[in-house]
Write a protein that binds this ligand. Sequence first.
Ligand code: FE2
Length: 388
Amino acid sequence: MKRIRFFVSVLMCAAFVFSLTATGFAAADGDITLAFNEDGRFKIAVFADCQDVYPANGAMLAFMGDVLDEEQPDLVVFLGDNTVAGQANDSIAELIAPVDSRGVPFTFVFGNHDTQDSDVSPERTKANHLAQYRKSAYCMAYNVDDSLHGYANHNLVVMSSDGTKPAFDLFFLDSGMYSVCPEGSCYDCVHADQIAWFNEASDEVDAEAGGAVPALAFQHIIPKQIYDAIYPAAPYSDSSAFKRFADGTCFSLVPTASKYRGFVNELPCPSYYDYGEWDAFSARGNVLGVVTGHDHVNNFTATYKGVDFIQTSAMTFHSYGNNIVRGARIIELDEKDPWNYSTYNVTVRELAVKDKELASMIDDSFIYPFLNFIMKFYAVFDKITHLF
Ligand SMILES: [Fe+2]
């Protein structure tokens, strides 16, 4: 009897080890295919501006884990300014650990701070960062073309649930770091060669699918068209009291509330320049929205020329932010209705109500036990009212 038990135990252990290695080999071989699930859904979690040093803030990592457990995304996108310090190798390993340990496919774009404090050129630093991310078997990022502006420009196709054709396209663009503008230094943006590549890549995917495939674009810095979209034109253009751009447009500094949904807690910081990205997306008609970070306390959606702004607030506890908007953005795609999407923000405040350990790691933690009590009280009250 003991021998039979031993034999069964050995078989079970072997099966367990095989199941682990089978998954690992599949991923390590780059054999990850993104596809709509059997129920026709595909969920993306966006982590913007994690912007941390080494060692990373424990609350941010705990929150990241909670988002992954709560939302069960099919893909995670790190939206730039993922790390900020010279110890990038350790920072990146820490940053991706919650995703890697759960076996969730992920990708990333670069922000303006990622190569900060590096002794070598931004290009070499970015190449080194990509290599660090790709140590995880679940990293899907790659650099499509060395000659393009920026680094790690790439696209990922989400296949139909039956695996027969491309059903959705995801573009990841490096919006650069800094540029020279009349006021001195300003932020950079997506350049014309990247836009040309976007069109070529879209052509290829459309040809494979036999028709236009909807898409989302992900980049760190918001395009200047956010001002055209939600800010009134300034009465005159020769004052520094207004926001001015290279194309001659000039805007007042208070957004029109009816033109966006969510929070605009700071002035958006796009580039002074524009190389036609928004017009290209609008003209082609396949890009539903552009997902951006960079402005830590802004979290909103707005529409301009048929393309949506999907602005995502920061995850960071290291840099500025607040617990009203600090969180992750979730984007849900539906295979039956691929030309529409839904999106919402999961805040650290919401998850701290459910996770006492996370609450204890947050500065204003005293409020979360109170909120937890209120929610429990409400749940009991709700049950009682349903009795009648
Ligand atoms: Fe940034």
